[in-house]
Write a protein that binds this ligand. Structure first.
Ligand code: NAD
Length: 279
């Protein structure tokens, strides 16, 4: 008979249903904008203290953090690390732990895109995309995983993409990095499995954010067509719902994956893509 008693990895006290992450500390990379900001806000809404990271105007970022602290009654800090640099990734985790006590939930979300045919894809864009979209996640996981395992509880959530599961033309670096982060997710899921640490990837389809807005212009150039045709014939053509997903939907899934209810979900790549990868 399997042992069905409460395991050492479960917390003894069940948190209130509306604040399932009360007492947890979350770092969300690239959370000054788009999907990362929505994830940060949802985690804060679920009671987690949060560390924001990403580029942007310091005044706007501080005002946003103040609002999040007030709205959700949690502690929040900002760490401005450029995550294309390995040392900055490790420093982000160290600074987050120093300021908020520890890191229980790590969301690797920061990402960039560049769209061009492979034969003219700039090598420096390849390097930057692989550094931020893949290597940064390795460096932040490396810096936080040991402490999660030692405490017997942790959550790694990597924001991959439908492009982690399938490819599209002109996105060689992005597709390679996103496939890579799913492999990284599976590996660390196995390494954390006996220690109460889960690792999962979320694979959004098209979500309307500044990253997609910039891509429309690039795609228009690559395909030599106007932007309205890019949205209809290239972006949403792949998405059977014919609608952009909302950043908050990705945030809601991140909250669930971070909760105790998801402790047996690990090593997965979960699409939020309106049916794109069902095809
Ligand atoms: P976005 O451009 O709105 O946000 C990107 C975030 O990353 C920003 O906070 C930015 O400041 C930060 N960032 C950029 N360079 C950085 C650096 N060097 N160091 C630290 N932070 C840096 O983009 P988004 O659409 O919200 O994308 C977020 C994630 O979701 C990315 O990993 C992206 O690949 C993924 N994704 C997006 C979509 C979509 O349709 N928008 C679909 C699938 C996956």
């Amino acid at each position: 008979m399997p042992d069905t008693s409460r395991s050492e990895h479960q917390s003894a006290a069940v948190p209130p249903a509306h604040r399932p992450l009360a007492g947890r500390v979350a770092v969300v990379t690239g959370s000054t904008s788009g999907i990362g900001l929505a994830i940060l806000e949802r985690l804060a809404g679920a009671g987690a203290s949060v560390v924001m990271n990403g580029l942007g105007d310091p005044g706007i970022i501080e005002a946003e953090l103040d609002r999040i602290r007030r709205d959700h009654d949690i502690a929040a800090a900002y760490v401005a690390a450029d995550l294309t640099d390995a040392k900055a990734c490790a420093d982000l985790i160290a600074t987050a732990a120093e300021r908020l006590g520890r890191v229980d939930i790590l969301v690797n979300n920061a990402g960039i895109q560049h769209v061009a045919p492979v034969e003219s894809f700039p090598p420096e864009k390849w390097d930057a995309i692989v550094a931020l979209n893949l290597s940064a996640a390795f460096h932040t996981i490396r810096a936080s995983f040991g402490a999660m395992k030692a405490r017997g509880w942790g959550r790694v959530i990597n924001i991959a993409s439908a492009h982690g599961l399938v490819a599209s033309p002109y996105k060689s670096a992005y597709v390679a990095a996103k496939h890579g982060i799913i492999g990284l997710t599976k590996t660390v899921a196995l390494e954390g499995a006996e220690c109460g640490v889960t690792a999962n990837a979320i694979c959004p389809g098209y979500v309307w954010t500044p990253l997609v807005e910039r891509q429309i212009e690039d795609q228009a150039r690559a395909h030599a067509i106007p932007r309205e045709r890019v949205v209809k014939e290239i972006l949403l053509a792949k998405q059977p719902t014919k609608a952009f997903a909302e950043a908050g939907e990705v945030g809601a899934l991140a909250v669930f994956l971070a909760s105790d209810a998801a402790r047996s979900i690990t090593g997965t790549a979960l699409p939020v893509d309106g049916g794109w990868t069902a095809q």
